[in-house]
Design a protein around this ligand. Structure first.
Ligand SMILES: [Zn+2]
Length: 304
């Protein structure tokens, strides 16, 4: 596969939602199964996807805090030459949460690459001087506007697709904690006439969103929670999935029902450690598979 250059490829560097699987401080059933070495569950790092269409350079979608470990586990992303070198030519930022940004700090050490992000996310970087560790003479911050395609390297064209994010504060209970940064974006990558979309966060599959997702030959989609009240039912939080910016897989308006008719390959990622689709053989996993969805895992390779 490595010697087939002009072929669009992706590697799932990390498939888990924020916290990873297992999460360091989580004693839920599934996290404990991972710690016990149960073969029905695989450990997973926080979400990030690498993509190429020229076989040598790679774009990284989402800057996961686990990026260092993910690069170590992925020979395609190792230096090709003596001295300082990386096949990573660019990073696309699609969300303002820690698990979508913090990986930039891993990419210091005087390495040139481009950061592609909408203005709102570049402002987050500007407001946090810790990101100045990325030398501005080597690391370019390139503002991209939603729905405007840009040539981003690795033989790919990138377009940011706006996705419904967290429910606006003005709709929330006044006593509620403020939601974290939004909105979120999906990344559409095009190469060799093929299209891949990575949409790790989507609060609502509106008709407009549905129409955008339809164009993907391969769609990586938000698989955070199986049921909207999963965190509440597990005693791990007070917020529903939708309020956290993630449409659930099950139920009316859920992902399994809404995206059932899409023509392309559909792969769930950004899966929270409470989600029973992580357990091989579970009824929920069967339900997702029977609806035509695959479950991403770390190291998964996809030709698209
Ligand atoms: Zn857990």
């Amino acid at each position: 596969m490595i010697d087939r250059p002009a072929e669009p490829r992706a590697i799932v560097l990390g498939s888990a939602a924020g916290g990873g699987f297992p999460q360091w401080n989580c004693g839920c059933r599934l996290c404990n199964l991972v710690r016990a070495g149960d073969e029905r569950v695989r450990p997973a790092t926080q979400v990030s996807v690498a993509a190429t269409c020229n076989g040598t350079d790679w774009m990284v979608i989402g800057a996961s805090p686990d990026l260092r470990q993910q690069i170590l586990q992925t020979p395609s992303l190792w230096p090709r030459n003596d001295g300082r070198d990386s096949p990573i030519v660019g990073v696309v930022l699609t969300g303002g949460d820690i698990d979508a940004l913090a990986g930039l700090l891993v990419l210091r050490e005087r390495q040139a690459f481009n950061i592609f992000a909408p203005r709102s996310l570049l402002e987050v970087l500007q407001q946090n001087p810790v990101f100045d560790v990325l030398d501005p003479t080597l690391v370019r911050r390139i503002e991209i506007a939603p729905l405007e395609p840009v040539v981003c390297g690795a033989g790919l064209t990138l377009t940011l697709l706006p996705m419904p994010g967290k429910i606006p504060l003005y709709l929330e209970d006044r006593s509620a904690a403020q939601p974290e940064a939004g909105p979120s974006y999906a990344a559409l990558l095009e190469g060799a006439g093929r299209r891949m979309i990575v949409a790790a966060a989507c609060a609502d599959i509106t008709d407009e969103v549905h129409e955008r997702l339809r164009q993907a030959d391969v769609l990586f989609f938000d698989g955070t929670l199986f049921t909207d009240d999963e965190m509440i039912a597990a005693g791990l939080g007070q917020k529903t999935g939708r309020r956290m910016g993630h449409v659930p897989l099950s139920g009316p308006g859920g992902t399994l029902a809404r995206l059932a008719g899409l023509p392309g390959r559909r792969i769930l990622l950004h899966i929270n450690n409470t989600n029973p689709v992580l357990l091989d053989g579970s009824p929920e996993r069967r339900q997702a598979e029977e609806a035509g969805f695959e479950i991403a895992y770390d190291g998964m390779e996809v030709l698209w």
